[in-house]
Ligand binder design. Structure first.
Ligand SMILES: [Cu+2]
Length: 185
């Protein structure tokens, strides 16, 4: 019996190691424009200032396919909104997932005529990930209207669930071990 419990304690520590590893490789998904999506009439500069982006994170551009698109461009093209040069990547699925794989400045525009000039443009600085959810400077945006999935919130909840589980399992195993130990002696 005691051997089994020691095995369980070992499993508990293995669980800790696995969970902390998951914590380190997690990536966050950010929906551009949050609930508003990728569309005209929204301040994407303001949106881009709300989060700290790290390598491994993913940007999701949601829009009606054909009405917009997502171009990753150079800084010059971002500033001029002239896409005759400086296009790095093009997406047009309506649900574009852009992985931020490098620590650098990323620049995005919509290349439908006049949309870039109209404000469908933003730049972000992606930093080498410390993946620390506590470093997000501002609280999450207004209450979600419909099943919004804000990456920041998901990661926070994941973290909370993980630590709660750890606490429950930890107390449970150690208490069991202690009780059995007392009865045996
Ligand atoms: Cu557009």
């Amino acid at each position: 019996m005691k051997i089994t419990l020691h095995l369980m304690n070992n499993l508990f520590f293995i669980l800790i190691i696995i969970l902390s590893t998951i914590n380190q490789i997690k990536s966050e998904e950010y929906t551009v424009g949050d609930d508003y999506g990728w569309n005209t009439g929204f301040d994407y500069f303001e949106w881009s200032q709300k989060y700290n982006f790290s390598v491994g994170d993913i940007l999701v551009f949601n829009y009606v396919q054909g009405q917009h698109n997502t171009y990753e461009v150079t800084e010059d093209t971002y500033r001029s909104c002239n896409s005759s040069t400086g296009i790095l990547q093009m997406y047009d699925s309506g649900n574009d997932k852009v992985s931020l794989t490098e620590a650098k400045k990323y620049w995005f525009i919509c290349n439908i005529p006049d949309h870039c000039r109209g404000g469908m443009k933003f730049g972000i600085e992606v930093k080498q990930g410390s993946s620390n959810p506590g470093s997000t400077p501002q609280p999450p945006p207004p209450p979600p209207t419909q099943g919004s999935n804000n990456g920041y919130k998901i990661v926070q909840i994941n973290g909370m669930v993980a630590w709660t589980l750890l606490a429950i399992f930890g107390i449970w195993f150690f208490e069991l071990d202690f009780l059995i130990y007392c009865k045996i002696i």
